[in-house]
Design a protein around this ligand. Structure first.
Ligand code: ZN
Length: 291
């Protein structure tokens, strides 16, 4: 079995010191591809150079460029121009436009920054629209962040009907919401959400969906796994303990290594055998990024 982390912020400072050891561990666990979205113009170069630096490695790192809705408060048209130029220049190196999206919690809390929720939505939507258009021009898939925003994201995706669609990252929601995305060709990112027993709605959705629309992701260093899953394997053989120690140096810091734990939880939710599940998840990655 081979695995791809379809969403990991590997350029994050949380990983910088232990990166060589971490990548070796990933490889040891057959995590052979890591997709690294950018979050703001500040980290475009980091993401691109991280991939270049590891170009010859068996574990492949694939960069994406985009502006995340959490980081666009102080950004304007000039930053979108910068993104556009970077995508032009690196079109053959990147595999998607991301991470982009709309975030309802950010809009709701905008008043703390002296902005009305409506103005904040408009700002977010302007950036989202621009980046969907950019993906369309370059025939790239997109990686979409959502939070309290399914109803706002859907009309944009319907309008753009991107040929290569993309991934709804860290999907949580109902079967109907999932179906809406799948009908537009999107895959859903399955991450740590399914390790929390309180996430029954999402777990039931993931259980019922066609397997060809799912991909695995960690979103590391964000989105830590539930404590139950993190401690579950600690009595196993030494190797397992070593890996757990590396991945949970701080239990709040998620790691790409946890992709395997997410996969293991997924095998308990899905009816398919592990091999079949892993193979199809890899085919889904091929379809989004490499065809
Ligand atoms: Zn992310």
């Amino acid at each position: 079995m081979q695995f791809t982390d379809s969403h990991c912020h590997l350029d994050d400072i949380a990983f910088s010191e232990q990166l060589p050891a971490l990548l070796a561990q990933c490889q040891h666990l057959a995590i052979n591809r890591i997709i690294v979205p950018a979050i703001a113009p500040d980290n475009f170069n980091q993401v691109l150079s991280l991939a270049k630096r590891h170009h010859g490695n068996p574990l492949k790192i694939y960069p994406c460029l985009g502006i995340h809705p959490w980081f666009l408060q102080a950004l304007d048209e000039s930053h979108l121009k910068q993104l556009s130029e970077s995508v032009n220049k690196s079109r053959n190196d990147i595999v998607a436009v991301g991470e982009i999206g709309l975030d309802g919690a950010i809009a709701k809390n905008a008043e703390h920054n002296g902005q009305t929720p409506e103005d904040n939505w408009n700002h977010q939507k302007y950036f989202f629209d621009f980046q969907l258009n950019l993906a369309k021009q370059h025939n790239l898939p997109v990686i979409v962040h959502h939070r309290q925003s399914h109803d706002k994201i859907m009309p944009f995706l319907k309008r753009y009907k991107l040929d290569r669609a993309g991934i709804i990252h860290g999907f949580s929601g109902s079967y109907q919401q999932a179906k809406g995305y799948i009908d537009l060709g999107f895959k859903l990112g399955v991450g740590s959400t399914i390790t929390y027993s309180r996430a029954q709605k999402t777990i039931n959705t993931i259980k019922r969906l066609p397997l060809d629309c799912l991909v695995l992701e960690t979103d590391a260093p964000s989105m830590p796994l539930s404590k139950e899953v993190l401690t579950h394997n600690q009595d196993n053989e030494q190797e397992e303990n070593r890996i757990t120690a590396l991945s949970t140096a701080s239990s709040e810091v998620n790691s790409p290594i946890n992709l395997i734990k997410i996969f293991e939880v997924l095998t308990t939710i899905r009816p398919e055998k592990s091999d079949e599940l892993a193979n199809q998840l890899e085919r889904n990655i091929e379809q989004v990024f490499f065809t």
